[in-house]
Design a protein around this ligand. Structure first.
Ligand code: MEV
Length: 307
């Protein structure tokens, strides 16, 4: 039996634009998914979504991982159990984390010798199969941990100020929202391409401020990024309410994270404003999660032989 974990993520800058090959800065956070994999005669998957066999509707990511791993190693069955403190469908990378943790668990259980880069690439292939369109970012960051600038995969310093996430609890589908943006782009290519290009510039400016721990400037750039995401049509009222409430409560900056359409926003803040920001999120109907960025990517937590 193997227990393997992988982290969720927030986008400091660049979601959606990264799908079109632009730069982004994405950070692994201290919320994780743990996958327990045990050799078995049949295949079962147990998660908060229910108990199934291979099921591409209820457990598409895990089922696709099992299918892909079978191309690398032969096994009869597998029992998979998922535990997670990453809210599902909320823009915090729950899909990438469960994909990467499952690949990591099977890699260790069946001794496939996949490297971290192999795990990230296979995770990306799985996301592409399930979502039709996905950047490498989510699975790369979940695999390697840290604060990463895509597209050159450069590791940047961890964020040392307060990070507070606000969850609207409104579910959203990355696949649908990425598709909505591509439709908007087809309709107004001359406008949308320019917005995507500007979003793609933010990581280059933000990187320098991150290295100097200039969180005030990063907050300003986050606010600009949020406005640009709004113009792509991926923002919703519930997210805006949390974004404006947290800015009024003293955040350096606040923006939506991930695909949008619901899900989560986050704020960067000085440590002494963390409680105020958290209270502002709750007062405006959201759930608050206080977190940190982390260098811990995919990680085999324990391995017991003969299971
Ligand atoms: C989703 O977490 C981020 C998007 O940019 C999609 C992707 O990068 O695959 C919206």
């Amino acid at each position: 039996m193997v227990i393997c974990s992988a982290p969720g993520k927030i986008y400091l800058f660049g979601e959606h634009a990264v799908v079109y090959g632009k730069d982004a800065i994405c950070c692994a956070i201290d919320l994780r998914t743990w996958v327990t994999a045990t050799k078995s005669s049949g295949t079962t998957i147990l998660s908060s979504l229910g108990v199934t066999g291979l099921d591409f509707d209820i457990h598409p990511y895990i089922s696709t991982v099992v299918e892909e791993m079978r191309k690398l190693v032969s096994f009869t069955g597998i029992a998979i159990k998922v535990d997670s403190n990453i809210p599902v469908g909320s823009g915090l990378g729950s899909s990438a984390a469960v994909t990467v943790a499952t690949i990591g668990a099977l890699n260790s259980l069946f001794e496939c010798n996949l490297t971290h880069n192999d795990i990230a690439k296979l995770g990306h292939k799985v996301e592409m199969k399930v979502q039709n369109n996905a950047s490498l970012t989510d699975t790369y960051v979940s695999t390697h941990g840290g604060v990463i600038k895509m597209s050159n995969c450069k590791k940047l310093p961890l964020i040392e100020c307060g990070v507070v996430i606000g969850n609207t609890n409104k579910l959203s589908s990355t696949k649908e929202i990425v598709n909505d943006v591509s439709m908007l782009r087809l309709e107004y290519p001359q406008l949308i391409d320019q917005i995507i290009n500007i979003i793609g510039e933010l990581p280059n400016i933000g990187e320098k401020h991150l290295e100097k721990k200039n969180y005030g400037a990063i907050g300003e750039l986050m606010n600009i990024n949020h406005g640009l995401l709004d113009s792509l049509g991926v923002n919703v009222k519930e997210l805006s309410n949390l974004v404006y409430a947290t800015r009024s409560a003293g955040a350096y900056g606040s923006k939506t994270t991930g695909a949008g359409g619901g899900g989560c926003m986050f704020s960067l803040t000085s440590k002494d404003h963390v409680d105020n920001i958290s209270k502002a999120i709750i007062a405006n109907g959201g759930d608050s999660l206080i977190t940190n960025t982390t260098n811990c990517g995919v990680n085999v937590e324990s391995k017991y032989e003969n299971c």
